[in-house]
Ligand binder design. Sequence first.
Ligand SMILES: Nc1ncnc2c1ncn2[C@@H]1O[C@H](COP(=O)(O)OP(=O)(O)O)[C@@H](O)[C@H]1O
Ligand SMILES: [Mg+2]
Length: 401
Amino acid sequence: MSGLPESFAAIEGVEPARLELDGVSKSYGETTVLDRVSLTVARGEFVALVGPSGCGKSTLLKMVAGLEFPDAGHVRIAGTDVTDVRAADRDVAMVLQSYALYPHLTARQNLALPLVMRRLTGRQRLPFVGRFLPGTRAQLAAIGADVEKAGRALKIDHLLDRKPAAMSGGQRQRVALGRAMVRDPRLFLMDEPLSNLDASLRVHTRAEIVDLHKALGATTVYVTHDQEEALGMADRVAILHRGRLLQVASPEIVYRDPSRIEVASFIGSPSIGLIEAVIDDRGRAIVFDRPIAEGFAAQAGATVRVGIRPEHLRIGGHDDAILPARLDRTEFLGADALAHLRLPDGAPIVAKATPEIYRGFVPGPVGLAWNAADLLVFDAAGDRLRPRFDAATVTAERAHV
Ligand SMILES: Nc1ncnc2c1ncn2[C@@H]1O[C@H](COP(=O)(O)OP(=O)(O)O)[C@@H](O)[C@H]1O
Ligand SMILES: [Mg+2]
């Protein structure tokens, strides 16, 4: 790991824990917020829990922290059922979107507080008299050393004597991370910790959190609504949609091989294009009277949605076109460029490529093409529909436009 002087694990030597959620459900009144969520996070694993705002991410994280309790199901930490155990007894650290630092304490005092609360007895914590009790001085010295160590690891040692008001957002959030980490928790929970930071700081702090995770080896559940953050940071990504866990897999798998249409739509930016098609009696997906994919076992007449990622959509001449379209405009994004297109029915679809490829493109009629193997097809219920044979070997009938 880059730049970490020493591992936090040395501080207290707590073992990272395995986390198991087993059929966790939660309703508020009539509203089901979580519906039988089951998820296992291995010891030391970094799982990103991702989904649109309001899908239940924070509620799920609070169940793990012991700040909310499920109506049904179980939460186990290191094999122990903690479903009804309160937060203070779970040895779990949580970092929230808002920094939640004590404004009247310095960074050093903010970092030391959880250790003081944990390592000193109530009597040892008494003002003035406490420090004359046996062991207090040694404990405070050890806490001071651990705080220094955490400060160096998080590169906030120069800020330790500042109060939150004298720090930037990124610095405050690093102190908040440090305060959670200095405890060396068995389980580390983060709820959108970067969403208050500006874009460049977000990317930078993302890398720092990943580095820290590597150094600490703490089992981590990281909540975000930002799919890019989830893909970039996590060992595995868990996609939550309307209180249901749709898929849990590596970043590559959720991107390339989504099991549900909601996963395909949520992961990837710009979003996957979806074209509604009907299966004919030869198992082909037909749209605008043209076959655009084939090899499907679905019943003739069934409606499917054919998904194509922007980077897989090629804009070309009319000769090799699978579908005719209209180019509205191109958009320069630096390393990438987007082409905003319309299908024959006027529905928008986006293609992505390098700016060089779109140079000189003018609005007007174009032809669209793709490789059949890159298509992601879903049935009317949103489940993935896979071709019966390797679609890549099949040549789609070419449209003449
Ligand atoms: N204490 C509560 N009482 C009633 N509804 C709640 C409560 N907490 C959350 N909700 C509802 O549960 C849903 C999920 O919320 P939340 O877990 O905060 O979503 P997320 O973190 O994914 O944005 C939302 O519709 C929210 O309004
Ligand atoms: Mg939330």
